[in-house]
Design a protein around this ligand. Structure first.
Ligand code: HEC
Ligand code: HEC
Ligand code: HEC
Length: 209
């Protein structure tokens, strides 16, 4: 975009924002006006919240380099590097390259369900919820089983999902914005790029249109 076009667009955004009192849009326009980063780099920043879409060189860095642990703390250096820890686990083609569902199922790992109680077992709930999808994408099967092996009911109900089939409005847009399934997928569970893991049920011939 030329400077003139960009300036025009920003002015228009600020005008609209003032007209309609949309402070959010105004802030965005002002931030854009102040941000001198080239457009391409700013576009790349949009996805940086998605830790599981990192290029190979930045994936599973040693704790002192991962931007999460404190590199000035001695404790950080006692932690095993994830590359080493993940080496013997079943592989996947996305995220941190581990198939965690398989790792648990095939007992490569046996995590405690409760940090303080080594005996506590998860309350596994085997109920699939099928969400029909309009258009050509296969329907979404949400499996309670694989989730409740790791999580408590209260991790999702009622804050993220009302526990009633069809009661929640879920869209791909909201997931990509980090809501609904996107509260975890793309952050601590496999990323949104794995369409087929969620859209796993082909439509019956009659249902297709
Ligand atoms: C990872 C998130 C998550 C966890 C954890 C979770 N659920 Fe759900 N649950 C859902 C979703 C998604 C739906 C479907 C909501 C919809 O269709 O709008 C659902 C639906 C339900 C329903 C409605 C079923 C129906 O047919 O109407 C019940 C009951 C339910 N959950 C109980 C539980 C219980 C009990 C637990 C713990 C053992 C649990 N859930 C754990 C996400 C979760
Ligand atoms: C509270 C966190 C959380 C939410 C919300 C959540 N998930 Fe998950 N999901 C997980 C975790 C953790 C796993 C297991 C680790 C992994 O596969 O990355 C998982 C695994 C799955 C699997 C199993 C894949 C397999 O290999 O068998 C499917 C399918 C799935 N999620 C779909 C969904 C859908 C669809 C939604 C929204 C309706 C959703 N999840 C919401 C955390 C969540
Ligand atoms: C974490 C699970 C998950 C993943 C991964 C996922 N989707 Fe979805 N998708 C959903 C859910 C849930 C819905 C809402 C279904 C409904 O209407 O109830 C949905 C809806 C859709 C829709 C219908 C229109 C809309 O926006 O709601 C399309 C199209 C779609 N997904 C495409 C994709 C594509 C393409 C990918 C891969 C790039 C993908 N999805 C990955 C869970 C997922």
């Amino acid at each position: 975009m030329s400077m003139k076009m960009r300036a025009l667009r920003i002015m228009l955004m600020i005008m609209l924002a003032t007209l309609y009192g949309l402070s959010g849009v105004g802030d965005l326009a002002r931030a854009e006006a102040e941000d001198s980063t080239p457009q391409i780099q700013r576009a790349a920043k949009v996805n940086t919240f998605n830790r599981l879409l990192k290029p190979p060189s930045e994936r599973n860095l040693p704790p002192a380099e991962d931007g999460i642990h404190d590199p000035t703390s001695e404790g950080t250096y006692l932690l095993q590097s994830p590359r080493e820890a993940f080496d013997s686990l079943p592989k996947s083609n996305s995220g941190n390259r581990v198939d965690w569902v398989k790792a648990l199922e095939e007992k490569y790992i046996e995590p405690r369900f409760d940090r303080f109680d080594p005996e506590k077992k998860p309350m596994v709930f085997d109920l699939n919820i099928v969400r029909e999808v309009k258009g050509s994408m296969p329907d979404v099967v949400y499996p309670h089983k694989q989730h409740t092996e790791w999580l408590d009911c209260s991790n999702c109900h009622p804050a993220i999902f009302i526990p009633q089939k069809g009661a929640n409005q879920i869209s791909m847009a909201s997931i990509l914005m980090g809501e609904m399934c996107g509260v975890c997928h793309g952050k601590v569970a496999f990323p949104v790029s794995e369409c087929r893991k969620c859209h796993s049920q082909n439509k019956t011939a009659e249902a297709k249109n």
